[in-house]
Design a protein. Sequence first.
Length: 178
Amino acid sequence: MAVAKRSGDMAELVTIELTDPLHSDAQFCLQQFYAELDRRFDGGYDPADSIPAEPDDMRPPAGVFLVATLRGEPIGCGALKFHADQPTELKRMWVSRNARGLGVGRRLLTELERLAAHSTSRVIHLETNATLIEAIAMYRAAGYREVAPFSDDPYATHWFEKSTSPETSASQAKAWAT
């Protein structure tokens, strides 16, 4: 097997799969996500104080949980919570510091948007914190627009939404591929 040396080669080795949120890879990603938020947020982060995303919320049919792996090691995650007649919620987006720059976040986001487009919801909502400048930049570049607060998450400082129509998702995926 050839050893990948360039970041483009590494990116080709990344896989993204639907995973049960209680699987060890998913739990590893979630613990890393919580630890990073705790380090980066003034005053730390306690998941119990945030809007919940319980395992059953992130399993079909209520939602989905994706894990990105590189050579079998978990390096990122993201989830959706579906609501029958309300916007879908994007939750728990995280990419390992060691895998940043490989396009993993965009690939996770694209796949989550594709899955959302096939649900009953036509809008994705997400909230994030001003400290997460990389995430905010990615969401804006992906066509999310900032909106008025729609949740009372104590850690949220920015709220975004995006249409999830199949046509919008297809054009976004095509734009990212170029």
